[in-house]
Ligand binder design. Sequence first.
Ligand code: KMH
Ligand code: ZN
Length: 275
Amino acid sequence: MEKLIITAAISGAEVTKENNPNIPYTAEEIGKEAEFAYKVGASIIHLHVREDDGTPTQKKERFRECIEEIRRRVPDVIILPSTGGAVGMTNEERLQPIYLEPSPEMATLDCGTMNWIGGDEIFLNTENTIIYFVQEMNNRGIKYELECFDKGMIDTVLRLHNKGYIKGPMHFNFMLGVKGGINASVRDFLFLVNSIPKNSTFSIGAIGRYEFPMITLSIIMGGHVRVGFEDNLYLSKGILANSNGELVEKVVRIAHELGREIAKPDEARKILSLI
Ligand code: KMH
Ligand code: ZN
C-alpha cells in the first residue's frame, strides 16, 4: 500500500475556543498547531484562518501571515488553504487564498450545495461556482482537493472531469457525518470509495466520534486520512484533545498497529502528483 498521507485540519471555521480552548486563532497559535501536527506525522495542513477574536476570515493578508508563520516553523509541509471558508461568504472572499504569491500547491474545491449542520444554513456551491473556482485554480497550477460531502458531489466531479474542467489525477476528500451530508457509516463509506475512478486518490474525514472509526477504515483500505479540530475536538470519549498533534499521534499509533507507514511531505507530493 502507499504510505499514509495525514492531513491536519487544525482550525476550521465553525468551532470556537468555547468548544475547546486549544483551537488556534492567532498566527502564532496556528503556527504552533501546524508545527506539532507536522512533527508527529501530518504532511498536509488544511488551513482556515481567523481574526484574533476567532471570527472566520478569508482575507489574503491573514492567510499570508499564517502561512509565513507555518513556513517559518515547518518549511516543507504542504499547505492546503480552504476555499470553502464559512457559510455566507461570497465566492470572491472564499477565493482569496488562491491569489497569494507564490500560489499555494493545493486548495480545497467544494463540489456541491448542501444544508449545513442543521438549522437554516446552506453551503452554496452551484455548478457555475465550481467551474469558476476550477478555472481560477487551473490558471494558477493549483491542485484541488475535491471535497465531497455526499455521493451526488462525486457525480458532479465526474461530469466536470469528462467535460475537461476538472483535471486528473483527481484527489478526493470525503467528509462523512456532516449534518446535511452523507452519514458516517461503513456502507456509505464503501459507496463513496467505489464511486471514484481507480487512478484517483482519496482521503477521509468524519465528524466527532465517527472520526477515528472512519479513518481506521480508510487506513485499512489504502486511502488517506484527515483529522483535526475542524472535525473533532476529542481525543477519546469525554476527553478534549490538547492539540491537533495529539489527534495526529493517535492516527499514527493506529496506522503502525495496522502496518501502514506514514508519508513525509515529499512522499505525499509524489502520491498526489504534485511533483
Ligand atoms: N466551513 C465549511 C462551510 C472547505 O474547507 O473547503 C466549508 C469547509 C470546506 O470547511
Ligand atoms: Zn475546511
